[in-house]
Design a protein around this ligand. Sequence first.
Ligand SMILES: CN1CCN(c2cc(NC3CC3)nc(N)n2)CC1
Length: 150
Amino acid sequence: MKRKLLTLVMINDGSRVLLGYKKRGFGAGYYNGFGGKVEPGETVREAAQRELVEEACISAQDLQEAGVLVFAFDDQPQPWEVHVFAASSYVGEPAETDEMRPVWFAHEEVPFDSMWADDPIWYPYLLRQEHFRGVFAFQQTTKLVWNTMV
Ligand SMILES: CN1CCN(c2cc(NC3CC3)nc(N)n2)CC1
């Protein structure tokens, strides 16, 4: 089955991670990395870079593939395939946009209670810079019901 391709960029400077407070739309009220849809005619990597500029006004210099997250929802047939990238250096200064308010968090202070339920499961791999692949099933797109990290 064709999957919906999405991107997520995590800026990790080794001791802190830059998260965006989502001000509206899907996931509003949660902290997350920066990302969005892959448009026709662009690669996943190009889409990741574009969304980072649009949402946080910075351009990553050392974007690396960090992992892939697949989400199956019980209220929609098409699974999501989220390509997660990590970067430690960027050009520009993180700035608030209509979508996102950028905030730095120490690795030990990541606000998981204001984030998607899958995040605590894969962040440890991200912070240890180990490539991860996870498959998640969500009920009513809010309650994580099952997960396997492969
Ligand atoms: C533009 N994308 C949307 C999806 N997204 C997600 C999703 C997610 N869980 C899924 C149950 C929703 N968990 C994180 N951390 N990010 C990344 C950005």
